[in-house]
Design a protein around this ligand. Structure first.
Ligand SMILES: Nc1ncnc2c1ncn2[C@@H]1O[C@H](COP(=O)(O)OP(=O)(O)O)[C@@H](O)[C@H]1O
Ligand SMILES: [Mg+2]
Length: 371
């Protein structure tokens, strides 16, 4: 059956493995990584590790993948022979399994037994020397590897690299939530690691909105997701999802599925709030009841707000509409309580934009707090 919400093949573009054309807020990062890698490929140094770090969902993996794609194109044009592998090392438990992962990725038929990790590294360098190829190797989620084992990986790698005296060129990209280069204290490390200048920070609501807008265009039928809803997802992501694009995309996907299951042709705010609530519960009806018992004024205020949310289609209600429903937005007592409900996570209260949204629970649950 044809979906009223999603385009044909739209769901695919919201999946974790999809690599988007554009990377809003990360194009400069991509370019810096590309330039750095090319600099090392064309330069004299035989071995270098580019290090980048940042919180989960800040676009590290996808940015490195896009930059690597660009490196391959460049090398192709220039006739530079190169191998490229992007390995997730989260489950590598020792230097041996790590070396084995790398070796197998290049030489699938290499015997699994009978080699030490050092021998495996020699085999890798032999292979690269014989094939005359440079090697761009991305080790993703690498900080968990380093915290789990006492690694000699880098010292071995450096030593072996010296033995090949610049005949083999290896460029590593090390990705982690924490700064991998800080975990290695030895003196050689300072010249070995190269830190990317641009940092991967959590995305703001505005940045998430731009990212999600692209995905909406790719995945959803026209006019099925309004911009105000995309901004709502941006605010939820900034406030509850640590600014992770992964969180934002999941919100978008689940909101669309919610609308789809209902047979609706449009995503509405309640679909988004239900999607958020599926990911985690921010505040429960029971929490609210406790608040109400502490402060009956909050009880009256929320009662009025419910009527506003029930009658208003827009996710963000402007202060004028609130006033019309008897919410006195200029009253200092009301302002204090709205601020409190913002801090509790129930509301997104924005005095400078003069607007307010319900974000911490679905309206359906909020109504239950009054049962
Ligand atoms: N700037 C961006 N533009 C488009 N999509 C992005 C951007 N940053 C992250 N994403 C998407 O968000 C998800 C998480 O990004 P990812 O690179 O895996 O984050 P990290 O590796 O930092 O945890 C992926 O689906 C990715 O495609
Ligand atoms: Mg990642």
């Amino acid at each position: 059956m044809k979906s009223l919400i999603f385009k044909k093949d739209g769901l695919n573009k919201l999946s974790a493995s999809y690599i988007p054309e554009k990377l809003p807020s990360r194009e400069e990062h991509r370019l810096e990584i590309f330039n750095t890698v090319i600099g090392f490929i064309e330069g004299k140094l035989p071995l270098k590790a580019i290090v980048l770090n940042g919180p989960s969902g800040s676009g590290k993996t996808v940015t490195v993948k896009k930059a690597s794609e660009q490196v391959l194109n460049y090398c192709n044009q220039k006739g530079i022979k190169i191998e490229y592998r992007h390995l997730n090392t989260r489950f590598a438990s020792s230097d041996f399994t790590l070396a084995q992962m790398i070796a197998l990725s290049l030489m699938p038929n290499i015997p699994g037994r009978g080699y030490s990790s050092k021998e495996l590294l020699f085999t890798i360098f032999d292979y690269l020397e014989k094939s005359g190829k440079s090697f761009l190797l991305v080790l993703d989620d690498f900080d968990s590897f380093l915290s789990g084992v006492r690694s000699r990986f880098f010292t071995d790698l450096l030593k072996i690299s010296e033995e090949y005296e610049g005949r083999v060129k290896v460029i590593l990209i090390l990705i982690g939530i924490e700064d991998v280069s800080k975990k290695v204290k030895d003196s050689w490390a300072t010249s070995f690691f190269w830190r990317i200048g641009r940092s991967f920070k959590p995305y703001s609501a505005e940045e998430i909105s731009v990212i999600l807008k692209d995905r909406v265009e790719l995945s959803f039928n026209e006019n099925s997701v309004d911009d105000s809803l995309i901004y709502l997802m941006g605010r939820m992501t900034e406030r509850f999802g640590y600014g992770s694009a992964r969180y934002g995309i999941e919100l978008l996907l689940t909101s669309g599925l919610n609308a789809s299951y209902e047979g609706s042709s449009k995503v509405v705010a309640e679909h988004v709030r239900e999607a958020q609530y599926r990911i985690e519960s921010i505040i429960t009806p029971a929490d609210l009841k406790t608040l109400f018992s502490q402060d009956p004024e909050i009880h009256r205020l929320v009662e009025r707000l419910i009527r506003v949310f029930e009658s208003c289609e827009e996710p963000f209600v402007d202060f004028k509409t609130l006033e019309e429903h008897g919410v006195r937005t200029r009253d200092s007592g009301v302002m204090e309580r709205l601020k409190r409900l913002h801090l509790e996570g129930l509301l997104d209260y924005n005095p400078s934009r003069k607007e307010l949204a319900l974000i911490g629970m679905p309206l359906r649950l909020l109504q239950q707090a009054f049962d």
